[in-house]
Design a protein around this ligand. Structure first.
Ligand SMILES: [Fe+2]
Length: 207
């Protein structure tokens, strides 16, 4: 009897299998800061602009009304934006996504966060802590991060630029998100690219 049951890929599978910080083969270009400056000066590209007096989070953020070309993101990315930090700005320790779990066991919606730390990635400049671990991001590279775990950040310098976006498995996006992830996660992109792994076939032949 074939008892195979097809499951649907979700953010829970992603982070359980790959870890809470998943490096992706997706980058922004070297001139990204110039691109961001141009975008932020163009009101037709801005969906929302936040300037806050509070130091609870970045003081300045822009969200765009579409996915900019050449940013390495799939077209179904949502809430694409930049967060601008100066020295003293911080993100208070918190967890996201828990409100989508209902008492009856249903989960409404399934999305996860992509982040890209454009500059000042040394923790002595901007320190990001996820699940009590300091995360070292490669500049201009996209990462999927599990924001259900406790996370916080603090800036020790001015002019820090981060990009952020959401990818959904709900909203009819499961296929587009999953296929983009399979193309972008280094170890899922095909055995021929995975040169870091142990060559199991050779070992079994030697034994
Ligand atoms: Fe968060």
């Amino acid at each position: 009897m074939n008892d195979f049951i097809a499951q649907q890929f979700s953010s829970y599978n992603l982070f359980q299998a790959a870890g809470d910080v998943v490096e992706l083969n997706a980058w922004v270009h070297d001139d990204i800061i110039d691109q961001i400056k141009l975008l932020n000066e163009d009101p037709t590209k801005i969906k929302q602009h936040r300037i806050k007096d509070s130091k609870d989070g970045p003081e300045n953020g822009y969200w765009y009304n579409n996915v900019p070309e050449g940013w390495g993101l799939p077209q179904n990315a949502r809430t694409v934006g930049c967060l601008l930090y100066d020295a003293g700005n911080y993100i208070f320790p918190h967890r996201d996504k828990w409100k989508s779990i209902k008492p009856n066991g249903e989960i409404t919606g399934d999305s996860f966060r992509l982040v890209n730390y454009v500059n000042h990635t040394n923790p002595s400049e901007f320190c990001f802590i996820l699940d009590n671990k300091i995360i070292n991001f490669e500049p201009k590279r996209w990462y999927a991060i599990n924001t259900q775990k406790l996370h916080q950040g603090m800036s020790f310098v001015d002019d820090v630029v981060h990009l952020s976006a959401a990818l959904h498995f709900d909203r009819n996006c499961r296929e587009e998100t999953t296929s983009w992830l399979l193309d972008s996660i280094p170890f899922a992109a095909g055995a021929q690219d995975d040169v870091k792994g142990v060559a199991c076939e050779r070992i079994s032949q030697d034994v």
